[in-house]
Design a protein around this ligand. Sequence first.
Ligand SMILES: [Zn+2]
Length: 277
Amino acid sequence: MPELPEVETTMRGLDKIMRGTKIAGAKVRRSDLRWPLPKNLAGQLTKRKIAGFSRRAKYMVIHLDNAQDWIVHLGMSGRMCVVDARQYKNPEKHDHVLLALSNKKHIAFNDPRRFGMMDLIPSHQTATYKLFKHLGFEPLSREFTGKALFQKLMHKKIAIKLAIMDQKLVVGVGNIYASESLYYANIDPRRKASNLTLAECAALVKSIKKVLQKAIKAGGSSLRDYVQSDGTLGNFQSHFAVYDRKGEKCPKCKTGACIQKITQGGRATYYCPINQI
Ligand SMILES: [Zn+2]
């Protein structure tokens, strides 16, 4: 499933190709993905100029020149990437939406499992959009600070790992990134969230940002291949400090097979009990 760094990387790649271009043609090949697609989506997109992109959680927001925002979510298996003119003419089975741009590039939204979604809304409603209004902090935003996290955790009796994975608190901290962030902040994932000090919250926020930025950077370097090839989205990072490394040695320990695996909320957590307290 595409995580926030992969969505951010996809968005940056598409923005480079699509910003300032006009949608010369659009094909919409089915009436629904996870939910029904907007009525006459192809007609509504055609002749529109793309003003730019932004992102909220894992939703890409494509700003059109008629004060409308086209919202796209990749779901579990979706990808949106550059294809050639031939594929635009003869789409592949799961190419549900295709665009022909004024710069002669072609884009396909391909989603075999159809958990993705699209919507078209007036841009002044985007901030309060129904799917956005319950979302927590953007992790890379200036608003997400140690103090802000500390205040949110004050009454949370759940484990800190589960708290930072709650999208209503902060978006985009998936299972892998939660384990990695807690490791770099030296915090035991089982700690009660409300027991973290302000200094620990500050360290955790810093490491969440660092871990996500690192993943985005790793994705950015493989972006050229990505947009030109099949656009497969996975985890850009294959080497983690603790994640999926049970029984191995973490980067901070000199010796020993320190990394342990536990289950929290039905998901695997990896941590080093020597460094994380
Ligand atoms: Zn260790």
